[in-house]
Design a protein around this ligand. Structure first.
Ligand code: 5GP
Ligand code: ZN
Length: 115
């Protein structure tokens, strides 16, 4: 599936819901979380709809690698100098709220709102 019409992150990718973008290319979008846990809280998502890590196979290794590799560069650009945290929640027991794969990248000075 390229886009799910009911998916909030697909709507952000399509520009139908606004978001504060931090990075964009052909296959990846990064934007600021609307309810940040940390002074800097970015969500990195594939542009095409992938519901969660449950759907990931070897075929997605390049995409996931690019999402991970983008994160230190983004943190540097956003002024994060003292470390950051990656989180991916998957499914109900993983407490995933939005069923479109997203990599949380959080950083900035402590204390944080959560986490
Ligand atoms: P999850 O619990 O699925 O790993 O995280 C979903 C994240 O998406 C939450 O941190 C939440 O604040 C964020 N979020 C939910 N809806 C929106 C939205 O419409 N815009 C933005 N920028 N972030 C959102
Ligand atoms: Zn989606």
């Amino acid at each position: 599936m390229t886009a799910d019409p009911n998916c909030i992150f697909c709507k952000i990718v399509a520009g139908a819901i606004p978001a504060k973008k931090a990075y964009e290319d052909d296959e990846i979008l990064a934007f600021h979380d609307i309810n940040p846990w940390a002074p800097v809280h970015i969500l990195i998502v594939p542009k095409r709809h992938i519901a969660s890590m449950e759907d990931i196979t070897d075929a997605h290794a390049g995409l996931l690698g690019r999402m991970m590799a983008l994160s230190p560069r983004l943190m540097r650009e956003l002024g994060v100098t003292n470390g950051f945290r990656h989180v991916i929640n998957t499914g109900a027991d993983g407490r995933q709220e939005v069923p479109h794969l997203h990599l949380h990248v959080m950083g900035g000075p402590r204390p944080w709102a959560r986490g």
